[in-house]
Every structure is written in C-alpha cells, then in structure tokens.
Design a protein around this ligand. Structure first.
Ligand code: UT7
Length: 323
C-alpha cells in the first residue's frame, strides 16, 4: 500500500517581531493580561512586500531544501490559508509560479485554524489515490491584515507566518510502525460559524472585512472538540495514547493546549508549544511548530506525532502520523 511520508519541513516568519509591550501603545491591554490569558508573549507582523504568497514561498523553499528536492519534483501544492493575496486566483498558484513549477496542480484550502490538518488529510488522499507523487502542504497566513486594530479582544491574539512540509507517496507495509500518515479525522459544524468569522467578503459586502470572535464562546467548545478527535485517532489505529511521542497542537491559547493535554493524560513534556513566540497564526501554527520541534531534534524519524486543531466554522480535526 501507499503511505504519505513526511520528507521535509520548513518555515518562514516576517522580519518584524512585536512584543506584548508594543501592543500597549495600540489598545488598552497589558503584557500581564495577554500572558496570563493566552500564553502569548510576542507575534510576527508582516511588513511591506511580505504577503501570504511570499511567506508561503519561503517556507516551501525551506521544506524542499530540507527534503533534498527541487521544485520540479513537486506535482501537488495545497495551501491552507484564510488570508489569500487575492480573492482569486488561489494563492497556491502564485506560490507555484514563484517556485517555477509548470506541471501538476495547486489550490487553496480554507478551513481557518484547522486548515493545515485539512490540507494534510487532503494531500494524503491524493497521494494514496495515485493522483500525485509529492505534495507541498503549506500553511501561510497574514492575519494582521484582517484584524481590527482597535479591538483589543482580538488584535492581541493573532500573528503572521508560514510553515510547510513535503509529503511523498512511499510503498509501505502499512503497519502502525511504518512511517507516514496513519489516520485522519475531520469535523465541522457550521451552526457555530458566527462565533468566529470575518465580517466581509466578495459576495456579501464586497470588502475584505475584519475578524470578529466571541472568544469565550470558542473557548467553551475547544477542549471538548479537540479531545474528541484525538481519541478518535487513537481508537482508529488501536494504539494507547501513551504511545504518543509528540502532540503538535494548533497554537491559539496555552490554556486550551494545557486543558486538552490534561484531559487526555498527555504530559506537557510531550507537547510542542510555540504560542508564546508566534501568537495564533491560524493555518500556519501547526507547521511552524512542527518545523521548530523537528529542526531542534525533538521530533525524530519514527516518532508518533499527533496534529490537532480547532477553529472558525467551527472546523476541527486530527492527523496521526509516524514521522
Ligand atoms: O484559533 C481559533 C480558535 N480561537 C481560540 O481558540 C480563541 C479561544 N478563546 C480564547 O482564547 C479566550 O477566550 C480569549 C483569550 C480570547 C479571552 O480570554 P478569556 O479568559 O475568555 O477572557 P474574556 O473574553 O472572558 O475577557 C475577560 C476580561 C473582559 O473584561 P470584563 O468584561 O471582565 O470587564 C475583557 O473585556 O478581559 C477583558 N479583555 C482584555 N483586557 C485586557 C479582553 N481583551 C483584553 C485585552 N487586554 N487584550
């Protein structure tokens, strides 16, 4: 059988880091409030010329280099983003062009903070279905451009950045000990869509709009939804959760991450946390965290790694893979 194996990883951040103290000049907030309620200490904010496509391209190039591949080796690009450079065409084709790739397919996938989990799941199906051999799966966001910088309840939470992995179709015995994506579980429930949304769009207002969130409402559902799909993943492969080497969660709030880990009995030593440095970068947060933990040697070949996210829609999901 075919398995989708991670062959390389990479990431890119804007040049400018903005500390919580710098946010105090913009809105009535404090470093103390932000750290206590979210765990965020700083975020990166895109400057002139830095866009979802440029950050995504940089992350993709880093992942290709890490994989020892060249752009022509790629025949599928899936970009998870809610902040495309343009309404259309897909920012993925912009990245495809920047990489000089003239074959294969490229498209955007929009599932807000769960975007990367949705994109890995989709790429896995393309590879296992024989539709592609090597996929670049990218999460890239410039949420700073859709924030209401006068709304302290949201503007302190989000940041910009990009991460990418190369997934490769590899012949496999298909056991839980073999490398690659083992199982994926995606969910959504549109009844919650007004709890976290953007108040504009091409078909409604004709404007880009700003992010709006009922934070407490989202928080209320987060831990339950996340732990459900994690439990589903372990049940699907019939492995005990103790076998997990690394939990790589979406980085929205340290309290959600710690709450989910605690509920499942996963010690925090096995959890990759980057929310302090990056803030919430939506679809980019998981590949940014993956890149950090794989680059510093924590995540090693053969490790059992679980990706999970929950966000706007609501959408939520998990991917269990052997690195
Ligand atoms: O990635 C997609 C998923 N998104 C999430 O997972 C976000 C989920 N939600 C959260 O992480 C949290 O709900 C927040 C971090 C957004 C907020 O934390 P909270 O503990 O739920 O705070 P709250 O909304 O209940 O607000 C508490 C107080 C309020 O004041 P009052 O009404 O108690 O007087 C807010 O007005 O904190 C106030 N507040 C702030 N104070 C200083 C809200 N934002 C700020 C701020 N600085 N930036």
């Amino acid at each position: 059988m075919i398995r989708s194996v991670v062959r390389g990883f990479g990431a890119a951040l804007p040049k400018r880091a903005v500390a919580n103290r710098d946010m105090e000049d913009k809105v009535a907030t404090s470093d103390e409030w932000i750290v206590q309620r979210t765990g965020i200490r700083q975020r990166y904010i895109a400057g002139e010329g830095e866009t979802t496509a440029s950050l995504g391209e940089a992350a993709a190039r880093a992942a290709l280099e890490n994989a020892g591949l060249v752009p022509d080796d790629i025949d599928l690009i899936i970009l998870a983003t809610s902040t495309p450079d343009n309404t259309f065409p897909a920012t993925a084709v912009n990245i495809q062009d920047r990489l000089g790739i003239r074959h294969g397919a490229a498209f955007d996938l929009q599932a807000v903070c769960s975007g990367f989990v949705y994109a890995v799941t989709t790429a896995d199906l393309y590879l296992r279905g024989g539709q592609a051999k090597r996929a670049l799966v990218i999460g890239s966001e410039t949420f700073s451009r859709i924030l209401d910088w006068e709304d302290r309840t949201t503007c302190v939470l989000f940041g910009d950045g990009a991460g990418a992995i190369v997934l490769e179709a590899v012949e496999s015995e298909g056991t839980v000990e073999d490398r690659g994506v083992l199982t994926a579980h995606l969910r959504s429930d549109g009844a919650h869509r007004e709890k976290l949304y953007v108040d504009g769009g091409p078909s409604t207002t004709g404007t880009v709009g700003h992010l709006r969130m009922q934070g407490r409402e989202v928080f209320k559902y987060a831990v339950g939804m996340i732990t459900d799909v994690i439990t589903d993943a372990f049940e699907a492969v019939d492995l005990p959760i103790e076998k997990l080497d690394w939990l790589v969660p979406h980085q929205a709030n340290i309290r959600i991450i710690e709450g989910s880990a605690k509920k499942l009995g996963i010690p925090m030593e096995k959890v990759v946390v980057t929310v302090d440095k990056h803030g919430n970068t939506s679809a980019a947060s998981i590949p940014l965290a993956l890149n950090e933990a794989a680059a510093d040697g924590r995540i090693k070949k053969g490790d059992l790694v679980l990706l999970e996210a929950m966000g706007g829609g609501f959408t939520w999901g998990s991917v269990l893979l052997r690195w």
